[in-house]
Design a protein around this ligand. Structure first.
Ligand SMILES: Nc1ncnc2c1ncn2[C@@H]1O[C@H](COP(=O)(O)OP(=O)(O)O)[C@@H](O)[C@H]1O
Ligand SMILES: [Mg+2]
Length: 326
């Protein structure tokens, strides 16, 4: 099956608020392959976190899965996640096949419980019967594997430093060796040296074979470049470009990607040479996205067609771009 792990096809997921649709994920398709780290970037509000919920099929009000397909490939089987009831996902898929380090990871551990009790709670959703000692032993091993003292599991979250706590969340998310791990802005709330440590921890998960594939979400290209081999760029609820990392850094195709790369706070050396360029304006309100290409109001290369027609992702060699310039 071309070693796919997860495939999202033409997914639409909207928040329904007072009878209005917020088109947070609008016709998004994405392949995650075995062994791959995919970086997903885009400004705040572009739909990255909503996409994580679509990949997991963790759909809760006010979010609604409008249409599309999300398939998980497991031992030669194809499981259509969008057809599986939530209780079954919780029991058989989440944590075992797919898992997430959520954006608000600091709150992912119950503040009033010792970490071990949070772990036991999570395990109770997966198994009818749990063997406490076995789980505790497994957790201790995993904590040590990722560089946190095994005694941390007997502590309360507030007793750990930010970096320790983030790694504790990583340990819990990967306890059952999920094949596909999503990390939603796992380093954004941390200081620079802690960021490096956490990034290394996530890299090691794949090297040690604890997880097979990772989707690493961030708004910081300099960070994602260190870990991902493929980059996905999102804008206003859509994917505008997908490319091997080094090629997109060398030559961004979509005008939005150009803006995103040229306006990074600490430019990569090869980007710096080209000068800094800022994208004027702001992303659209997703309740009333502009017609045609959602980026056209901010695009200095726009054509007439961009105001009327929606560009589809077009294949150019080993890359994809949704732009009428190509
Ligand atoms: N619970 C919610 N209710 C209504 N709108 C939401 C909710 N969560 C996110 N949104 C909207 O969905 C869009 C995408 O948000 P999100 O997926 O969080 O983006 P990102 O993670 O890239 O910052 C934004 O316009 C945001 O305001
Ligand atoms: Mg987010």
């Amino acid at each position: 099956m071309n070693n796919l792990i997860l495939q999202v096809e033409n997914a639409r997921a909207y928040y329904i608020v007072e009878n209005n649709y917020i088109r947070a994920i609008d016709d998004v398709s994405l392949d995650i392959r075995e062994g791959e780290v995919v970086g997903i970037v885009g400004e705040s509000g572009s739909g990255k976190t909503t996409l994580t919920n679509v990949m997991l099929m963790n759909i809760k009000k006010p979010l609604s899965f409008i249409d599309g397909k999300v398939s998980l490939f497991s031992n030669g089987r194809v499981i259509e996640l969008n057809k599986i009831p939530r209780e079954e996902l919780q029991k058989n898929i989440w944590g075992k096949e797919t898992s997430i380090i959520p954006q608000s990871a600091m709150n992912a551990l119950m503040p009033t419980k010792r970490i071990k009790d949070s772990i036991l709670d999570v395990m109770k959703t997966h198994f009818e019967e749990i063997h406490e000692k076995e789980i505790i032993d497994k957790a201790k091993t995993r904590f040590e594997e990722i560089g946190v003292s095994k005694d941390a599991i007997f502590r309360y979250p507030f007793e750990l430093s930010g970096g320790m706590r983030q790694r504790a969340v990583i340990a819990v998310a990967t306890l059952l060796n999920p094949r596909f791990l999503i990390a939603d802005e796992p380093t954004s709330a941390l200081d620079v040296s802690t960021q490096k440590m956490v990034l290394k921890t996530i890299q090691n998960l794949r090297e040690k074979g604890i997880v097979k594939s990772i989707a690493f979400i961030t708004h910081d290209i300099a960070t994602v470049r260190q870990i991902a081999e493929t980059l996905v760029v999102m804008y206003a609820g859509k994917i505008v470009e997908i490319s091997p990392m080094e090629e997109i850094i060398r030559e961004p195709l979509h005008p939005y990607t150009k803006g995103l790369l040229y306006s990074v706070v600490t430019p990569e050396p090869e980007v710096k040479k080209r000068g800094v360029y800022h994208i004027p304006g702001a992303p659209p309100n997703l309740m009333y996205p502009p017609p045609g290409c959602r980026f056209h109001p901010r695009c200095k290369y726009k054509l007439d067609i961009c105001k009327k027609d929606e560009p589809k992702l077009k294949i150019i060699n080993n890359r994809k771009v949704a732009c009428f310039l190509y």
